[in-house]
Design a protein around this ligand. Sequence first.
Ligand SMILES: *[C@@H]1O[C@H](CO)[C@@H](O)[C@H](O)[C@H]1NC(C)=O
Ligand SMILES: *[C@@H]1O[C@H](CO)[C@@H](O)[C@H](O)[C@H]1NC(C)=O
Ligand SMILES: *[C@@H]1O[C@H](CO)[C@@H](O)[C@H](O)[C@H]1NC(C)=O
Ligand SMILES: *[C@@H]1O[C@H](CO)[C@@H](O)[C@H](O)[C@H]1NC(C)=O
Ligand SMILES: *[C@@H]1O[C@H](CO)[C@@H](O)[C@H](O)[C@H]1NC(C)=O
Ligand SMILES: *[C@@H]1O[C@H](CO)[C@@H](O)[C@H](O)[C@H]1NC(C)=O
Ligand SMILES: *[C@@H]1O[C@H](CO)[C@@H](O)[C@H](O)[C@H]1NC(C)=O
Ligand SMILES: *[C@@H]1O[C@H](CO)[C@@H](O)[C@H](O)[C@H]1NC(C)=O
Length: 407
Amino acid sequence: MMMANTYLQVLCLSICSLAIINTVSSANENYLPEAYHVSKTIVKNAVSKGAVCLDGSPPAYHFEPGFGDGAETWLVQLSGGEWCRDVEACLDRSKSDLGSSNVMGSWWFTGMFSKNQSGNPEFYNWNKVFIRYCDGGGFTGDVEYVDPATKLHFRGARIFKAVLDELLEKGLKTAKSALLSGSSAGGFPAMLYCDYFRTLLPNTPRVKCMNDAGYFINPKEPFLTNFTELYTSLVTLHGSAKALPKECTSKMSPELCFFPENMQQYVKTPLFIASSAYDKYQINSSIANGINTCIGYSNCTAATNQTFLEFRSRFLNALPKPTNPKLKGVFIDSFNHHSQVQYWWSPLNITTINNLTLSKALADWFYDRNYTYVIHEHELPIPALGVVKEKEHKAKEEQAPSAKSLT
Ligand SMILES: *[C@@H]1O[C@H](CO)[C@@H](O)[C@H](O)[C@H]1NC(C)=O
Ligand SMILES: *[C@@H]1O[C@H](CO)[C@@H](O)[C@H](O)[C@H]1NC(C)=O
Ligand SMILES: *[C@@H]1O[C@H](CO)[C@@H](O)[C@H](O)[C@H]1NC(C)=O
Ligand SMILES: *[C@@H]1O[C@H](CO)[C@@H](O)[C@H](O)[C@H]1NC(C)=O
Ligand SMILES: *[C@@H]1O[C@H](CO)[C@@H](O)[C@H](O)[C@H]1NC(C)=O
Ligand SMILES: *[C@@H]1O[C@H](CO)[C@@H](O)[C@H](O)[C@H]1NC(C)=O
Ligand SMILES: *[C@@H]1O[C@H](CO)[C@@H](O)[C@H](O)[C@H]1NC(C)=O
Ligand SMILES: *[C@@H]1O[C@H](CO)[C@@H](O)[C@H](O)[C@H]1NC(C)=O
């Protein structure tokens, strides 16, 4: 069992309870056949650069070298886990693996990080880096001052730079191809730093980025989380404004530039956006707490269904227009899940749009084989756990590590 933390536990509690109300049993859906453990690497020289986690400990990542024809191709992933918007929440967080490398264990690599060629044909042999999120501010913070009472550090932007410096020396600088990706709270920084990542790799022919399940929109009526207020607190506490593109902050306030929809136009390097139109985290925050439950039972009311359609329409409008999918590709499904690259990737769990997987769409787009701007025509949300193929799970569940141990 890895180090538990409250944020993931809360998420797991809600996912686990959803699993129970779905027809698939929670034991089966935790089956991770091809996962393997990767130990943590602590970033050297980070402390001297002041690039530290909330509690002042150095940042960390997990690295698995590539092989075969993937040896010069890199996936650099920014992990997610919401944000902390005030001192009290950041102090709590600084005691968990979302705020301190002292309590981080190893990580299970699965899904896009799997080395199984048949299950992960496009990415199995890439170099893979999973950067741990420990700053609470979506890798944007840069505050010099440290309050002696709390000893909290708000240094996410410095963490990103310090980790990348180390990765360049580890072989990233001679990469032939590189993808900077991020999930959930890691999705925005993967967009934000996309052009910077490009400049770090002047000799790399192919450099692209992806935001997975981090394209949070600003709904007209935020029922629960007012993201504008959330981002206002983040920008203030973490000193994030200077990390945001000046082209954006010269036109609107910094918290508004934290919305991917307001910022995407300033990203010049090719960017791919993968999300559900009914992302589990976003609709729970923006439509109603627990709204995912009626999707699982297929018994949402007519009024809720109407709200879903309005939300989807607002979400689709917030996406980059389909004018140049080579520069801005999208893969938007209607499954009620959150983040695809780890647990909704394996053939056992895959969700598709007319038989097209995110894995295929992303790889085609990345390698310039086909530029994808795909939007699922299914207009209402689809429960995601129903797609898990129970039989395959049953076959091997006893030999396999389980998703529960990920938290
Ligand atoms: C690799 O993936 C294939 C296809 O999903 C699966 O049948 C096989 O069991 C996996 N192998 C391992 C070792 O996980
Ligand atoms: C969300 O917060 C912003 C900033 O405080 C405010 O201007 C806006 O009216 C709020 N939206 C709603 C619907 O409450
Ligand atoms: C939904 O939101 C509530 C309140 O913010 C939170 O406690 C819960 O964990 C969330 N559930 C999901 C699935 O994100
Ligand atoms: C949906 O069905 C479940 C199980 O029967 C029930 O607990 C829940 O209240 C229902 N929800 C709605 C909105 O009717
Ligand atoms: C809402 O949509 C779901 C499908 O997503 C459907 O099963 C359900 O019957 C609809 N509710 C009503 C009241 O029409
Ligand atoms: C399938 O998805 C569920 C929910 O995210 C996850 O718990 C499970 O581990 C996934 N299974 C695989 C094989 O990725
Ligand atoms: C998806 O694939 C299945 C099996 O190969 C096939 O029966 C089905 O018609 C395909 N659906 C679409 C929309 O292409
Ligand atoms: C390219 O992708 C589109 C969907 O975006 C699909 O309809 C088309 O068949 C694909 N072409 C090839 C050659 O794979």
